[in-house]
Design a protein around this ligand. Structure first.
Ligand code: BYC
Length: 314
């Protein structure tokens, strides 16, 4: 088979909803796009541990602290599934981490915002995990098997994350005047960055068109963003919080909510290292990675020794 036949056969498998597995033939560009998206997704999970991790020692009750600890650990686990999934495409974890550190690989811009109050932990769970689930439910049907299977597990955990965040906001919104204000302030700061999580408008999205054909993406950035807005408006109303968008209103004809324009300059800034905490997030990751060097060395030495023992016995 020449390259063109291979491409046709590959697309036919995608069109028939077959999953592509690690040993299968795939176009080089398909492999590269998956490595880009999965590794950036993994980096987002790992960097995303920082803003919430910041509140573990300051959670208001032991119960809240235990829940937050579990959630942040889950995010670490999501990063690991995703790095493993990307490794099946022929890239090493070291290469992915190096790309994060040089800025060659991005991570979700939302994690460049600070968590100023306890309500921010609620807003992240409700809005950020809420936005992530909308995207990730769709990615459960992505065409690459190891990525799709990682998403199934991740979505189950994200649902719990979203509920814990919404519960924090529900309690604060029903609390004292100060608590309700704190919850509203968190929504005011996290609403627009949450909408940015879905990426640029479809017309400006560099990767969407081809990746929809390859079914790496199953729904476009704008479709997913609209879905998130539609489900979140009623959740906000139910707990008496206001989404900070004067243009947000029900459109009877479309059967969807209309909403205002995102500040795309802010999105660009935050995505390219100019967010309020961008430097801090990467510096912290670099430091933690360097501190963990001895652990990686020790585990590799142990694995090597085990292998030598096995070889000696056989
Ligand atoms: N932030 O052509 P486009 C979580 C980049 S974490 C930064 O539309 P694509 C959680 C994009 O990468 C869950 N960069 O791209 C963790 C591309 O740049 P490059 C995170 C963004 O890939 C802890 C360029 O803009 N979820 O749940 O087709 C605590 C052009 O965009 C962003 C995922 O990662 C952004 N918001 O679509 C709590 C989902 N948006 O690579 C919660 C997996 C766009 O050319 N990823 N860019 O340099 C995806 O679904 C897709 O990659 C995206 C973007 C929808 C994000």
């Amino acid at each position: 088979m020449d390259e063109s036949d291979l491409n046709d056969a590959f697309q036919a498998r995608i069109d028939a909803e077959e999953k592509i597995e690690p040993g299968d033939w795939m176009p080089a560009r398909y492999r590269q796009q998956l490595i880009r998206q999965i590794s950036q997704h993994a980096h987002s999970e790992i960097i995303g541990m920082q803003p919430e991790g910041n509140w573990i020692t300051r959670a208001p009750t032991l119960n809240r602290k235990c829940i937050l600890l579990a959630k942040v650990q889950d995010e670490g686990g999501h990063g690991l599934y995703l790095y493993s999934s990307a490794e099946t495409l022929g890239i090493s974890r070291d290469e992915m981490v190096a790309a994060l550190h040089t800025g060659a690989a991005k991570y979700a811009s939302i994690f460049n915002y600070p968590t100023l109050t306890w309500a921010d932990v609620g807003a992240i769970g409700w809005l950020v995990d809420g936005a992530a689930i909308v995207n990730q439910v769709s990615l459960q049907r992505t065409s690459y098997g190891p990525y799709a299977r990682a998403m199934v597990r991740i979505c189950k955990e994200e649902s719990f994350h979203q509920r814990q965040g919404y519960h924090i906001m529900m309690v604060l919104a029903a609390g004292s005047v100060e608590q309700k204000q704190m919850a509203q302030d968190a929504v005011n700061r996290f609403w627009w960055p949450s909408l940015m999580m879905f990426g640029p408008h479809d017309a400006d999205s560099a990767h969407s068109a081809q990746n929809m054909v390859w079914k790496i993406k199953r729904q476009t950035n704008d479709e997913l963003r609209q879905k998130f807005v539609d489900q979140t408006v009623q959740q906000a109303e139910a707990i008496g919080l206001t989404l900070p968008d004067p243009d947000l209103k029900w459109n009877e004809a479309r059967g969807r909510y209309d909403f205002g324009e995102i500040d795309w300059d802010e999105f660009q800034r935050s995505m390219t290292g100019g967010g309020p905490c961008s430097r801090q997030r990467l510096a912290h990751h670099r430091e933690a990675h360097a501190e963990g060097e001895w652990v990686r060395e020790a585990s590799q030495a142990w694995a090597k020794k085990q292998k030598q023992r096995k070889e000696a016995v056989s």
